[in-house]
Ligand binder design. Structure first.
Ligand code: PAF
Length: 276
């Protein structure tokens, strides 16, 4: 696997890629099987797969969260090599950001709903770094996990607004055997938290199995109660919304998604399920 740490060498390499179709998986490291499944999906449809590992400071609104974000780079490189990833881009912060760099993209209300409400500024930071990564690597396809559902909608909006020549592919959520969605943050869960966290995927499955478009507010209310009554779990939101706009479901909605965010012990987790 080629490992690049500077923009210049990465840009030069991809500027000379010829006819190759490039698949890109952006990560913040602490890789798990969910990330590996994205790499594998990229390998199936492209000739060269590039992964980035960069813990992006501008998308963290809590400095403590940024500080404690896991950074097991040696284990990550090993996993990527085992998976047959072709290129890793792993820049330091000063390679990606000049001082006092400003960024604002008009993402509309997608930026302020759900995750946006609880993590103000988060999606400006995400689009800022993904824009930079797409501009350096110029991938043909970029693969993102469904777990960060709203993130995909936001990046899609950015790609449309800036007319970027990349196609986004949404890949299914990978779950542990007991249903917990894989996440780099799961390593912070104590055994007690780990058990309690299962209420999130259980409630999403319950909502999917009991979905009735005429009864959405009752389902949401009951789901909220199920989660809030679990010890050690503090619910931030449980929503069932239009899968494209994240607005309330209407008769025009083509997809419906249930999304949840909660603090389990000290760890914030998100999960979702496509309902319809
Ligand atoms: O999903 C993530 O890990 C991050 O938000 C991303 C897309 C790598 C941008 O920093």
């Amino acid at each position: 696997m080629k490992i690049f740490t500077t923009k210049k060498e990465t840009e030069t390499y991809f500027a000379n890629k010829g006819e190759k179709v490039t698949g890109f998986v952006a990560t913040m490291g602490a890789l798990h099987q969910g990330h590996i499944s994205l790499i594998k999906q990229a390998q199936q449809s492209t000739n060269e797969v590039v992964c980035s590992i960069f813990v992006n400071p501008t998308q963290f609104n809590d400095p403590k969260d940024l500080e404690k974000y896991p950074r097991p780079i040696a284990a990550d490189i090993n996993m990527l090599e085992q998976t047959g990833c072709d290129v890793l881009f792993n820049p330091p912060v000063n390679e990606m950001y000049a001082d006092n760099e400003k960024w604002h993209l008009n993402l509309g209300d997608l930026e302020h709903l759900l995750e946006g409400e609880f993590r103000p500024g988060h999606y400006q930071g995400v689009t800022q770094v993904v824009y930079k990564l797409f501009s350096i690597i110029k991938p043909d396809f970029a693969f993102f996990g469904q777990k960060d559902y709203q993130q995909i909608l936001v990046i899609n909006k950015m790609v449309e607004l800036l007319n970027m020549p990349v196609k986004l592919v949404m890949c299914p959520i990978l779950r542990e055997d007991d249903g917990l969605a894989m996440s780099s943050r799961n390593i912070h869960l104590t055994p007690f938290d780990r058990e309690n966290a299962l209420i999130l995927s259980k409630t999403l499955s319950w909502a999917k199995n009991n979905f009735d478009s005429n009864n959405i507010s009752a389902i949401k209310q009951q789901a909220g109660q199920m989660i809030s009554s679990q010890p050690g779990v503090e619910l931030e939101y449980f929503e069932i919304v239009d899968g494209q706009t994240l607005h309330p479901v209407t008769s025009e909605s083509k997809t419906v998604v249930a999304l949840v965010a909660a603090r389990v012990g000290k760890t914030r987790l998100i999960d979702n399920v496509l309902i319809d």
